[in-house]
Design a protein around this ligand. Sequence first.
Ligand SMILES: [Zn+2]
Length: 368
Amino acid sequence: MTQARLIQNASELTHALAALSQAQFIALDTEFVRRNTYKPILCLVQAMTDKGDIFLFDALLLDLSPLWQCLKQTAAVKVFHDSRQDLEIVWLESGQLPSPIFDTQLAALMLGLGESCGFARLVEAELGVVLSKDQTETDWSQRPLSDAQLQYAIDDVFYLAKLYPQLQQKLTANGRLHWIDDDNRQLSEISLYQADIISLRKKVKAPPFFNAEQKLRLDALLLWREAKAIEVNKPRQWILDNGQLLSLAEKMPNQLEQLSRLGLAPQTIRKHGQTLIELLAHPPEITQPAKIPSVDGEKLKRLRHYIEQLACELGLRQNAVLANKDELSVWLAGGVRPPRLTKGWRNALLTESKMDLIVGELRQATQP
Ligand SMILES: [Zn+2]
């Protein structure tokens, strides 16, 4: 039976890292809590090597910089399930991203193993093991961790390490190993984890009556608030709440007294009032992200239908794995494929199935 070790001091850490740096692959998971901070509070990092060593790194007791360094340096494949959140934490903690990565959720999608590939469902489908779900709401910051928590934490990487070779084998048998290589590589791109204006705009939508200048001011406020929240590591809404952002952008106050009439707290005005007035008067130029063009709905529907057919032939249950709606709109509008569709396996498949011709015909059709 595999022995799991709780890593709580520097010498244990050194030993564990020696084992990690020998591994061919490392299954990884993180547990954290969100509590009155911008960054989630990392509580535990679980790692299992292909040799069967399991380590539980106590992130509340240890400085984990040596672990991040080790993960950065080793050529071992880092296996995650639904890696986005884990990688975001690693990025926030260390300012770097490990590679190479293998995401078992992505692998499952490429193998057509189901629409929602939650970890428990995948483990059940692939390994025939039913995992207990009762620690999902647990407080990972309590110490000592309960036996149930430790077992749950261990299970996460234990079954992940079992899934990896199995999924890899299936991908190889399917001739799709290079598919996942292409996509896993993209997961190590830092831009994925940086808050950009598109994701920020989703948090606070400009009302339809906003004019161009008001939208520009809202963008400036969103970027400013995000940077401030990161700087002081507090939740965004503690800096300025969403309602305040909207009224500032709308009304453009130019005197401190006006700020308190808009409901800003005295201490917020004291700390940030002058900066906000400046910002609203001269919102900095931002690089506008490319807009998703609006295209003929009927033509888009037909293109999506072709993509669906292709995905179906490939046994993919989610068309978006191949090409998502935004990408298809861009393609249809400009006649040129968006970047993700011009690389790797997607490029090969779309070219092979003459999809460019289809898009060309759809674009020219007057009556779709
Ligand atoms: Zn977990």
